[in-house]
Design a protein around this ligand. Structure first.
Ligand code: 4NP
Length: 152
């Protein structure tokens, strides 16, 4: 069977989507599912994840430190089957690059896998306190359980 490909998207690709990538990777068979992440912005291209994301991942026995930031590109619509965004702003930014209905249908808010249709957001923890990262981790862990079950 063809590998399923999942892309996690946030703004900077250093806080939320690297965590989502690491968490989902830990829940799926790498032979069957490819997981990557990207940011809608280009501020952190080539950068490692934020120290606070690396730390909360480490507390949960995941190593995300070797990931490097990259920017979302139009060809990602061809490459990936599922594109999960963290908040409504990411959603608008990705949808603005969609070329057709098929592209648009690949994009969904990640928390809609937990609470369908609610359009709930994973808050941007970048300018906040450390506990924001713990909350983000917990939200993403739940969402990735659902995604793993859905695509495995
Ligand atoms: P992320 O968080 O979108 O979860 O990676 C951010 C990281 C950096 C910035 C914004 C959000 N920034 O403005 O540099």
């Amino acid at each position: 069977m063809k590998k399923k490909k999942v892309l996690m998207v946030c703004l900077g690709n250093i806080c939320r989507s690297p965590l989502a990538e690491g968490i989902l990777k830990s829940k799926v068979d790498p032979e069957k599912v490819f997981v990557d992440s990207a940011g809608t912005g280009d501020y952190h291209v080539g950068h490692a994840p934020d120290k606070r994301s690396i730390a909360v991942a480490q507390l949960n026995k995941l190593d995300i430190s070797t990931q490097r930031g990259r920017q979302f590109q139009v060809s990602d619509f061809d490459e990936f089957d599922y594109i999960y965004v963290m908040d409504r702003s990411n959603y608008e930014n990705v949808l603005a690059l969609a070329r057709n209905e098929q592209d648009k249908q690949k994009v969904n808010l990640i928390l809609n896998e937990v609470t369908p249709g609610e359009d709930a957001e994973v808050p941007d923890p970048y300018f906040g306190e450390e506990d924001g990262f713990t909350r983000v981790y917990e939200m993403l862990d739940k969402a990735c359980d659902r995604i793993a079950a859905k695509i495995s």
